[in-house]
Design a protein around this ligand. Structure first.
Ligand code: HEC
Ligand code: HEC
Length: 347
């Protein structure tokens, strides 16, 4: 029954999505020398045919121009819904042990996260079987899957390829990594590790303890204030099994994972490498700049009583955690090839 519906719907969808008409030769790798699997992942990452209505690719939200985020406070979402979290960057993803702000997926299993992004209704809302049938209508994809995985286009292969590509998105050494900190950044580091107590949570080589904390970032009023965001958020926490999901007035955070009240409003400490490129900041994008983030910590609780110079030094230190961005060529997407045959078949 389902398969029949798919066969009937496919030509219609192909017709609707026929925005890609010219067949384009395949560029085998970007400047970074990708393996065939990683390069296939690069094409798929930028391909909006991986979303239900063909309107969103991974790169629509994880845009290389904005440090592989979208530069927005809160993310967009699949048409008909709207986002309730800030888009996290896909840079240096292997440093992250718990994916998403609330840590609801394990970093060791990137493929499951890719599956979530493709199939989740508020992300790309595409059925895996339909996705596979779509890719089979693109001769270049058939060829690329054959070379990379010795198989025809498949959902599982797509997850593998995108995960492999994401792992190549590493940034180069920062002034911090190469021991090239300016004097201001060195003073900032002392505050980070001392008076500011930042390193009590942002610890170790990746600046995270990989643990949940409640830092008390103010709620973003637009989440409950805007009907589409509000509805998307409620449906998300309902799906996560949050009891009393209609009553929640705040982002419950890590509570979705443990259902333990101590985790209400807690989020996993984020990696800080490359942080200067990925604003706005925090799970709800409440701060646009690193200066605002530092002011927030300065005033939080009993306060840190940082001087203006100390705050500026701390920002300079945070900026010194960024290295060169990976150079990735945006692929020219190969077109569907069935549409002409279909027209012929109709005549
Ligand atoms: C409509 C916007 C949107 C699209 C499309 C989208 N993402 Fe995301 N992505 C987000 C948002 C928002 C988050 C943070 C969600 C949260 O924390 O609850 C996120 C988080 C992630 C993370 C976790 C990062 C971390 O450090 O925890 C990864 C990895 C990721 N996305 C990869 C992808 C991939 C791969 C695709 C395509 C298959 C994709 N995303 C499509 C918006 C999007
Ligand atoms: C109690 C643990 C803890 C301490 C102490 C702490 N942080 Fe954080 N930090 C977090 C958590 C958790 C988040 C995410 C909070 C959220 O999204 O609501 C975060 C977020 C951030 C972000 C935003 C990252 C992004 O990608 O949006 C920056 C920048 C940051 N912290 C810097 C600092 C600095 C500087 C200090 C010291 C003044 C500090 N942190 C102290 C746990 C901590």
């Amino acid at each position: 029954m389902k398969r029949n519906a798919l066969i009937v719907l496919l030509p219609v969808l192909l017709f609707v999505l026929n925005g890609f008409s010219e067949p384009i030769p395949i560029a085998r790798s970007g400047p970074q020398e990708l393996s065939p699997l990683e390069d296939l992942g690069r094409y798929l990452f930028f391909d909006p045919r991986l979303s239900g209505d063909g309107s969103l690719s991974c790169a629509s939200c994880h845009n290389p121009e904005y440090g592989w985020t979208d530069g927005q406070q809160l993310s967009r979402a699949y048409p008909g819904s709207d986002g309730f979290r800030n888009t996290k960057s896909t840079l240096n993803i292997s440093d992250t042990k718990h994916l998403y702000w609330d840590g609801r997926l394990p970093g060791s299993d990137l493929e499951t996260q890719v599956r979530d992004a493709i199939t989740e209704t508020h992300f790309m809302n595409l059925d895996g079987r339909l996705m596979q049938e779509r890719l089979k209508q693109v001769p270049e994809y058939i060829q690329m899957f054959e070379i990379a995985l010795s198989s025809e286009p498949s959902f599982g292969g797509t997850l593998k390829a995108i995960a492999a590509f994401e792992k190549t998105l590493r940034t180069g050494p920062s002034p911090y990594d190469t021991d090239n900190l300016s004097d201001a950044a060195k003073r900032g580091q002392l505050i980070f590790e001392g008076k500011g107590a930042c390193s009590s949570c942002h610890s170790g080589a990746t600046f995270t303890d990989h643990a949940p904390h409640r830092t008390g970032v103010p709620e973003n009023p637009s989440i409950l204030g805007m009907p589409l965001r509000h509805a998307t958020y409620r449906s998300f926490i309902k799906a996560m099994g949050v009891p009393g999901y209609m009553q929640a007035k705040t982002d419950v955070g890590y509570f979705t994972v443990t259902k333990s009240s101590k985790d209400l409003g807690a989020f996993i400490t984020p990696v800080l490498k490359q942080v200067a490129d990925t604003g706005p900041y925090m799970h709800n994008g409440m701060f646009s700049t690193l200066e605002e983030v530092v002011s927030f910590y300065d005033k939080r609780g009993d306060g840190l009583a940082l001087t203006e110079v100390e705050k500026a030094d701390l920002v300079t230190f945070l900026e010194s955690l960024s290295g060169p961005l990976p150079e990735v060529e945006v692929p020219q997407l190969p077109a569907y090839q069935l549409i002409n045959n279909w027209n012929e078949a109709r005549n």
